[in-house]
Every structure is written in C-alpha cells, then in structure tokens.
Design a protein. Structure first.
Length: 277
C-alpha cells in the first residue's frame, strides 16, 4: 500500500512533467511544422488542411534558398554582428557590473534595467538620423552598436548577482598583495564568474542573432542579416512556403544546436550562487 507521503511525491512529480510537456509541446510542434513545410512542394505546402505526416519530400526549398539568395553572406553578416555585439557587451558590461556590485549602486542598476524595458522602436528614429548623418547606415558598426542596447543591460543585470556572490575577503587579499582594483577584477573576480560569463554571452548572442527591428532600418544590401533576408522572401502576390520555411529552419537550427550543446554551462551559469549557506 502506498503511503500518503509517497503518493504526494508521485503526484508532484507527475504534475511537474505534465507542466513541462504542456509548455514544450507547442514549441516542438511549431518547429516540427516548420521543418515539414520546408520539405514539401509548393502545392502541398499551400494546401488546406495541412498534412503533418504524409507528404512528398523535396529539397527544392533549400536549393532555392542558396541559388536565388546570397544566404551565406547573410549568415556571415549575422555572425559578425552577433559576435561583435556580444564581445563589446562583455568588455563594457563586466566592469560595469563589477562596479555596481562592489559599491552597491542599486539606483544605477535599476536605471539600466529600466532602459532595457523601453521599447526598441523608441530608439529607431534618433538612431537612424544619427547614423545617416555619420554615414554609418549599412555598416557593421551601426548594427553592432544598436544590438548592444539589447545585450548590454542583460549582461550587466545578470552579472551583478555573480559579482555580489564573490567573498569580499578575496578582493581585499588581492589588494593587500599589490593588485590594483583593475587587477583584482581581472585576476580574481573574472575567473570566479566564468559560468555567468558563458551564460550571458549565449543569451546576448541569441538576442542579437534573432533581432529584426534594428536591422530592418539600419541594414542595407551589404549588411543584411538573416531575419531581414527571410522577411524579404515574403512576396505580395504569392508566398513560396518551401523556401521561406527552409530559410527559417536554417536560421533556427544553429541556435538550437548551440543551446543543446552548451546547455549545461547555461544552467550552471544561471544557478551559480543561487543556493546560499
């Protein structure tokens, strides 16, 4: 006979897995639909009701993506912008987060968080006028700087918690041994928060990789990123669903594969210091 405590534990476990399935199922279904749509000919892709399991398989959608569009150039542009904004965000964000955590600048931290909450569209017109006057429209520099607004507040806000978990005695010992404040930050603090750096870097990279709003205004023929390339595949008269779904799949797969490969580092980073003794 099952005791009441064991039954409650089993019910909690079953409820947890049911919640996970309920949350994940729509996402998995949409991704599966996108992949199957990319493998269908146009007649079946545009048919109604859609068929999710029985359909003709063709790779013409993927062939058309690379034949009619410079997809490798778009991929390179997205990679340059995402990596550039992430690295610049770390260079600026890590010292800022360390300073806020060390001197307990809560007001500044809340200001940064509030700046992140401002809709991105509010920045578009001033930025466009600024970069147009500086002749920086359709350049990597403009896209990296605008994407930095998305990633930098995340890096700072998340890393504040990591730096706050570092015992102040370690910093004081480094200062006594002759390190400057910058040396203590670089040689003591940064190595201790590597899990957090990995986690925030991945999050910043993904946000930049998927960003559409800033790129649609500031990117041109030479710096067009992947989300803009997919958007431009939508025609006014007819939508060719196969190539469109193929391009969307090619954009999504690298992010999913990257997340699956380094998910252990993401979890370790986001839970670092969460349990205090």
């Amino acid at each position: 006979m099952v005791s009441g405590k064991t039954l409650r534990k089993q019910l909690r476990t079953a409820g947890f897995y049911a919640l996970v399935i309920a949350v994940m199922l729509p996402t998995v279904f949409v991704f599966y639909w996108m992949i199957t749509l990319s493998l269908k000919p146009q007649v079946e892709a545009a048919g109604y009701p859609p068929s999710f399991f029985r359909f003709s398989v063709t790779f013409k959608g993927y062939q058309e993506v690379f034949a009619k569009h410079p997809f490798l150039l778009y991929t390179w542009n997205s990679l340059v912008v995402a990596v550039g904004s992430t690295l610049l965000g770390l260079v600026v964000g890590l010292p800022a987060a360390y300073s806020i955590a060390h001197w307990r600048q809560r007001g500044l931290a809340l200001t940064i968080l509030a700046a992140r909450m401002i809709p991105g569209i509010s920045y578009l017109i001033p930025w466009y006028i600024l970069f147009r006057n500086m002749k920086m429209v359709d350049t990597y520099q403009a896209l990296i700087l605008t994407h930095l607004v998305v990633g930098l507040p995340i890096i700072i806000w998340v890393m504040i918690g990591f730096f706050e978990d570092i015992p102040p005695e370690l910093r004081d010992a480094a200062l006594i041994d002759g390190c400057s404040y910058y040396g203590a930050f670089l040689r003591v603090a940064v190595p201790l928060v590597k899990p957090g750096i990995v986690a925030t870097s991945i999050l910043s990279f993904i946000f930049s990789w998927n960003n559409f709003l800033f790129s649609v205004i500031l990117a041109g023929r030479n710096t067009r990123t992947l989300p803009i390339a997919v958007f431009n595949m939508i025609g006014y008269e007819e939508i060719n669903w196969g190539p469109l779904a193929a391009a969307a799949t090619l954009i999504t797969l690298p992010v999913i594969v990257l997340t699956l490969i380094i998910q252990r580092h993401i979890v370790a980073g986001l839970t670092f210091g969460a349990v205090k003794g």
